[in-house]
Design a protein around this ligand. Structure first.
Ligand code: SF4
Length: 304
C-alpha cells in the first residue's frame, strides 16, 4: 500500500483491473509556438512538445496505438487502454478535427478512456462542448500545464497566460464534471521551497481531480539548456526533491489522484539532473521518506 493515492489504484478501483496508458502524438502544434501567444514556447519545452515518449506524429493514431500496445502489453498485462494525447496542445485545432481524432482513438478495441493535455487558454466553448460530450460517453480527464502560481516564474518560463486563466479553465471544466489534472514543476529557477509549496497548496485547494508533480529537468533541445549554460542556477539534489515532494503530498487533499511524482526526460536529451533517470529509486526514496516521517498524503491538508 502506498501512502498516497496513485493513478494506478484509482484506475483499478474504476475498472476493476490494471489500465495501460498509451501516449500518442495527434499532430498538433501550440499557440505558444506558432506565434499566436508566443513563438519559442515554454522555456523547458523540447522539440517534441513535452511528449518525448509518445508515438510518431507521422503515423496515424491507430498505428501509434497498436505499436505502443505491442511494446507495453507484456509489461502491463491488461487489455484496457487509456489514450493520452500528450504532445503540444491537444485542443488547439478546429473542433471537427478534434472530434475525428478523439473518436478515432475511442473506436479502437480496448480503449476505455482518454486523457487530453492542453493549455487553459485553449478551451473555447465549442471545445468544452465536445469535451462534455466525450465525458458523457467515456472516462475522460484533461491535463493543464500550470507549473507555478507565481507570475515572476510564469514570465521567466514564458508560460504565456496569467493565473486567472487557469482558475477560469478549471471552473469551466469542473462545472461540466470533467476531471482536471494539473502539472506542477518543482525546482524552477529562483523559486524558494516555500514558493513551490504555495503552488502545491493552491492546486490542492482547487479540489480538482489529480496532479502531476515532477522535478525540473533540463533537456539539451530546449532554451532552458541554453539559458543554463550562460546563467547556471542551483539544481535540486535527489534528497532535496524527495523531501519537498513528501512535504507537498502532505498538503494535498487525501483523495487527489497522484498521476506522477518523477520527471520524464528522455535519456539521450537529458542534461541535468541525472538522478531523475532512475525513477524507481526516486519513487522508493519517496515511499521511504513518507514511512520515516510516518506521514501520508493529506496529513496537513486539514490545517491549511
Ligand atoms: S504549452 Fe506545452 S507544448 Fe506549448 S510550449 Fe508550453 S510546454 Fe510546450
Amino acid at each position: 500500500m502506498k501512502r498516497y493515492n496513485t493513478l494506478n489504484d484509482e484506475l483499478k478501483r474504476e475498472f476493476g483491473t490494471k489500465v495501460m496508458k498509451l501516449s500518442i502524438d495527434g499532430g498538433f502544434t501550440c499557440p505558444n509556438r506558432d506565434g499566436k501567444v508566443g513563438s519559442r514556447g515554454c522555456i523547458f519545452c523540447g522539440e517534441e512538445g513535452s511528449g518525448e515518449f509518445a508515438g510518431s506524429r507521422l503515423d496515424p493514431i491507430r498505428v501509434q496505438i497498436e505499436n505502443q500496445k505491442s511494446l507495453l502489453s507484456r509489461k502491463w498485462n491488461t487489455d484496457k487502454l487509456i489514450i493520452y494525447f500528450q504532445n503540444f496542445t491537444n485542443t488547439y485545432a478546429p473542433v471537427e478535427r478534434l472530434r475525428k481524432l478523439y473518436y478515432e482513438a475511442l473506436s479502437i478495441e480496448g480503449v476505455v478512456g482518454l486523457a487530453i493535455a492542453t493549455r487553459p487558454d485553449c478551451l473555447e466553448n465549442e471545445v468544452l462542448d465536445l469535451l462534455s460530450e466525450i465525458n458523457e460517453r467515456t472516462y475522460l480527464w484533461v491535463e493543464l500545464g500550470l507549473q507555478t502560481i507565481h507570475e515572476k516564474t510564469a514570465r521567466f518560463i514564458r508560460r504565456g497566460y496569467p493565473l486567472e486563466v487557469y482558475d477560469e479553465a478549471i471552473e469551466k471544466l469542473k462545472s461540466r464534471n470533467i476531471k482536471v489534472v494539473t502539472h506542477v514543476i518543482l525546482g524552477l529557477p529562483n523559486e524558494s521551497r516555500e514558493e513551490i509549496l504555495e503552488t502545491v497548496k493552491y492546486v490542492g485547494k482547487t479540489h480538482t481531480w489529480g496532479i502531476k508533480l515532477h522535478s525540473l529537468y533540463i533537456q539539451r533541445d530546449t532554451d532552458l539548456y541554453r539559458y543554463y549554460l550562460k546563467n547556471p542556477f542551483p539544481i535540486m539534489s535527489k534528497d532535496e526533491y524527495v523531501s519537498l515532494v513528501v512535504d507537498g503530498l502532505t498538503l494535498l487533499p487525501p483523495n487527489m489522484v497522484i498521476h506522477r511524482l518523477t520527471g520524464d526526460g528522455k535519456r539521450e536529451l537529458l542534461f541535468e539532473p541525472k538522478w531523475t533517470l532512475d525513477k524507481l529509486s526516486v519513487l522508493s526514496s519517496i515511499d521511504r521518506e513518507l514511512k520515516i516521517r510516518n506521514t501520508q498524503q493529506g496529513e496537513r491538508y486539514k490545517n491549511i
